[in-house]
Design a binder for this molecule. Structure first.
Ligand code: PEP
Length: 253
């Protein structure tokens, strides 16, 4: 039985005071939440303050990106060890905004996944097709290519520690959510891909989140799908109430 996992990606939003206030609100609201894993991924400059405010609570903390080298002359970058040092448990890797706006390739993501695992972080690896790719019936080709490229070289034991987030790019921040059937189709295909590349145990263990305009009013229906194990949430994670509403949807699973 996979445990549901709801993570909030705050992207480049909020400030120090509102980040701490938001996590404090979530800590209170999730005090009795024993059946769902919850995490927030604030901008990196607020990680330390958010992790301190969340310490000892049900709210885990993740970064939105990292660099694959352990240290050295890489101006502006952060290592996995640094993220661990300030209290991170997770790191989002290969988000579509990094792939499509900042030019990150699956090879880059792959280096980061290996480095994250070496540093003891749980990578949340994002894959997802553009609208034009979906319209051209290329969804599964894209997902397969991004998945294979991003997790290349991982052992079965390492793969079991990874979380996958299926995020159709056309559904991110657009209000246009994938239907539960559209999302489930890709999640099931991803699980079969993991069985093919590894084995049934890996496929049954790895959690696959859905991301793309998840809101309190569509979360329960998406999360009721057998292969949707959680959500990666952008806009609706920026306030306590909607994010807690999504967590409530996961608790019904
Ligand atoms: C995201 O950025 O990962 C995301 C899913 O955003 P939103 O929920 O706003 O669509």
């Amino acid at each position: 039985m996979r445990r549901a996992f709801i993570a909030g990606n705050w992207k480049m939003n909020l400030n120090l005071a509102s980040s701490v206030a938001l996590v404090e609100g979530l800590v209170k609201a999730t005090a009795d939440c024993d059946d769902v894993d919850v995490a927030v991924c604030p901008p990196s400059v607020y990680l330390s303050a958010v992790a301190q405010a969340a310490a000892g609570s049900k709210v885990g903390v993740g970064a939105q990106n990292m660099y694959h080298e352990p240290d050295g002359a890489f101006t502006g970058e952060l290592s996995g060890a640094m993220l661990k040092d300030v209290g991170c448990r997770y790191v989002i890797l290969g988000h579509s905004e990094r792939r499509n706006i900042l030019g990150e390739s699956s090879e880059d993501v792959n280096l980061k996944v290996h480095a994250a695992l070496s540093a003891g972080l749980i990578p949340i690896v994002c894959v997802g097709e553009l609208l034009a790719e979906r319209k051209a019936n290329k969804t599964m080709d894209v997902i397969r290519r991004q998945f294979d490229g991003s997790i290349s070289g991982l052992t079965a034991d390492q793969m079991k520690q990874v979380v996958i987030a299926y995020e159709p790019v056309w559904a991110i921040g657009t209000g246009e959510v994938a239907t539960p059937a559209q999302a489930e189709e890709v999640h099931l295909a991803l699980r079969k891909l993991m069985e093919d590349r590894y084995n049934k145990e890996v496929a049954e263990t790895v959690r696959i989140q859905y991301g793309g305009s998840v809101k309190p009013d569509n979360a329960a229906e998406l999360l009721a799908q057998p292969n949707i194990d959680g959500a990666l949430v952008g806009g609706a994670s920026l306030k306590v109430e909607p994010f807690v509403g999504i967590i409530a949807g996961a608790r019904k699973k």
